[in-house]
Structures are given as C-alpha cells and as structure tokens.
Design a protein around this ligand. Sequence first.
Ligand code: FAD
Length: 480
Amino acid sequence: MATPSFRSATQQLRRQLGSRIVLTDPAARFEASFDSSKISFLPAAVIRPRREADIGAVLVLANRHRVPVTVRGRGTTLMGSAAPVRGGWVIDLRPLRRIRVDVEAGLIHAQAGATVGDIQRAAAAVGWFYPPDPSSKEYCTIGGNIACNAGGMHGGKYGVTRDFVVALRGFLPTGEFVEWGTATKKFSAGFNLRDLWIGSEGMLGVVTGAVLKLIPAPAERWTLLTSFRDETAALRAALMLFRQRVQPAICEFLDRQSVLCAERATGTAVFPGQAGRPVILLELAGSAAELREQKAQVLAWARAHTLAHRAARNRAEAETLWAVRRKCSGAMFELGDAKLNEDIVVPMRNYVRFIRYLAALKRRSGLPIPTFGHLADGNLHVNIMYHRGNRAEARAAEAAVTELMRTVVSLDGAISGEHGIGLAKTPFLRVQHRPAQVKAMRAVKRALDPKGILNPGKMFEPVRIWKFPKVAVHLPWDHK
Ligand SMILES: Cc1cc2nc3c(=O)[nH]c(=O)nc-3n(C[C@H](O)[C@H](O)[C@H](O)COP(=O)(O)OP(=O)(O)OC[C@H]3O[C@@H](n4cnc5c(N)ncnc54)[C@H](O)[C@@H]3O)c2cc1C
C-alpha cells in the first residue's frame, strides 16, 4: 500500500545514526512492512539499533518531522499491530537481546529483543522458571509480549506476562528515557506507569529492557489426556475439576474440529482410539509431594467424568502431545485460506452457555469454527475459517465474528485475552468499552504522545482488516 516517503527526515536520520543502523533498501523495508496478519504497508526506513540510546534519537527526530514510528519485535502478532499503516520508520528491536539472570533475587534482566524461548532457557539453566508460554515463544520477543500482555498455556495457574514484569525501561513517544520501577519485587513510589505500558501495543512507549520475576522450576510434571462425548461434556467436566481447587499448570481444550485438523497436519493421533472426540490435555507441575496428592484427585475425577483417559508414559510422549497442540492453529488452514482468529475470554460460569452458542453459530454460519484454548483461564481461540475468494463465505465470516464479539461481551467476557486490539479488533473496541472508557484511553495516548508519532492508526480507528489484500509470504512459524 502507498505510504509517504519522509525523504529528508530519513536522510537526516541516516546521517545521524549511519547507514548500518538506518536501512532503506527495498528488502529490509518489505520485511518490516507486515506482521503475521500479512497486510503490508511499506515504511520509509527500518532502524536496527545498536544501543538503546539510538531509539531515543529516532523518536526525537520523528517528533520534529512528524514521522510515524512503529516498533517491532518479531512480527508474530496476528492482529496487524506491528504493521506500519502510516509508513514512516520501523524500529526493529531484535538486535537488543542481552539476558542476565540474578540468581539470588530470582529475577531476569532482558533486553526487549530477547526471545521468550531464550529467556526460559537462561532461567532453566540455573533452576528458575519463567512461566508465560506463548506458542510462538521461539520467535516472539519479550518486548512484543509486554506490549501485548501475552499469555499462553500456563495462564490459569501462573498468570500472563503482566504478572511477571517487575520493572521496565525505555522511551516515551517523545524520545525521553524513563524507568518504571527498579529491580526489586516491591515498588510503590508514584503512579504505576509500568502497568500502563504493559498491553499498550507499542502506542505509549518503546520498551528497551525489562526485569522479570522468576519462580523455582517445578521438580516434576505429569500429563494426562482425556476425551469426552462432546464439547459440552468436556467443559462441564473441567468445571468439576476446578471446583475441587485443582490448579493444573496447563488445561488445554480441543474441540472435535481442532483435533481432526491437528491430527491431519501432524500425522499423529492426539488420543489413539478416540478419533473425532474433543479432548482436554492436562498437566500438573510441582514438587513430588504436591503431585502425588493432585494426581490421585485428578485420576478420580477422570474416572468419573471422562470417556477415556491416559497418562503420558514419559516426558518425550508428553512433549509430543504438546507439539501436536502447538500445531493446532496453523493446521486449520486446510479448512479455508482465511481465518478470523479470535482469542476471546469467557468467565467459567458461562462456559456451557458459550459452547452451546458456538455450536449454534457453526450451524447458522455454515462455516467451520474450530475452537481450542486454555480452560483454566477461559481464554478460547475461536477460529472462523472461510475462503477469501468466496463472497458468501466472506460475508458469513464477517457476520459471525461480529455476532461472536457481542455475545462474548454479553456473557461478561473479553474480546481479547492475549493478542490485543491492533488493527484486527478495532471494529469491536467499542463493543467491549463504554464511550467514557475509550475517551480515557485516548486522553492517555494524547498526554504521552502529543504528536501521535507512535504506532498511529491502531486501536481506535475501526479497520476491517479482513478486506485488505495479503502478501504471499511464508513465515517461519506458518504451517507447512
Ligand atoms: C504461531 C503463533 C502462535 C501464537 N501463540 C500465542 C500465544 O500462545 N499467546 C499469545 O499471547 N500470543 C500468541 N501469538 C501472538 C504473538 O506471538 C504475540 O502477540 C507476541 O507477544 C508478539 O511478539 P513479537 O515480538 O512478535 O511482537 P510484534 O508482533 O513485532 O509486535 C506486536 C506489538 O507489540 C509492539 N511492540 C513490539 N516490541 C515492542 C517494544 N519493545 N516496545 C513497545 N512495543 C513493542 C508492536 O508495536 C506491536 O504493536 C502467537 C502468534 C503466532 C504466529
């Protein structure tokens, strides 16, 4: 899509930081023009900073010349949040990826471009554990996770990214350096703007570094696979388990359509002998004593409430199951070449009403809507699949997503549990939020970013992202 050139500002930036940091070649600009949503807007330049201070310099100049700036980690967001819709400059945080563990304090210091996988491995090497576990963890950066308040399979027991951020540093949209908190687990000095940055989707500041809390690595893990007659039975059973105050580290639900897609894509049966059944994958984690007690409770529950159950024989078998689960999302493209991927949240008390509504939506829309997700925190991934070239299907998908969002909010849920708003959910921001709430958010944005430099065009202006053409590229995390 055509975007302004900002030629003289870009030349000035190149003179200031050098041509190794400020890239203007077509390949670098194209690579930074889209994220996982594959909607492309060409930036005028890509900045790969050598030092955190480079980012301040970029923002000061951007304010002077009113150049839009979009920050990017790895571009794994599915929401179009990292796509530079107004062109301008993209800051690629990947070069800043230093990690240091403070073993005594149980803290990890990471630069924004470090991947979550690298952070988890650095912690594990010294017996600590960083629980937030997005399926994209080998690619996505901690800066991106903070900006989206990313979650993952561990959310129910341990929490999401927000629950592990102790302190942040970086730059305000105006280019001023700030630190929110220190490397201490307590900090009550002044307004908590650290939490304002978490989930702000690169619109209120640029995170350059974070201090994250670690917990002791669980000594043991135990994985159980369970199958059910139908989706309602699965969700009812899950509620019975939670009622007993069992807190699985992971509790993943896959409906029938998701199971079939994952099986076809990986060539591995999710639960041999239980083809076409919805499943729940459970993992307990803790000390040997904790696990002994919880295992007995979970096995008694499984005998009473599931159609079949089977514990993974060893860690390798458990890992195979989790690998199949992680492939779930990409595997769905066999059902259509387009997907509206909605990471909604429903309160537990409304699980059964929601799953019945979903069955009716599938019937009414005539579209496959495979659904899977994290039952311990109500975050379900509802995937509306269709063929872009088929007008009737595209219309049905748009109607289905609109209805889905209204229903989720009417059930006291959330239109996003971990992906954020970006561009993709802009038509639904006002379904979730009252006018006064949107007004307050816009006031915060104006206060911190008076010239509207940072990630403009996101969150507040409704865009029907599914209407945009997509670039034909294969990303490393794409299926096949
Ligand atoms: C296969 C797959 C699986 C996924 N699974 C999950 C999952 O389980 N859970 C989950 O929560 N998400 C998941 N996601 C979504 C995505 O990985 C997350 O949203 C992730 O946090 C994005 O990180 P990133 O580094 O790629 O950020 P990007 O996509 O580059 O950017 C995302 C947003 O963060 C902003 N941003 C990035 N870095 C910074 C920074 N340093 N400072 C300020 N703003 C910044 C950008 O401007 C943009 O608004 C998945 C995506 C894919 C493709």
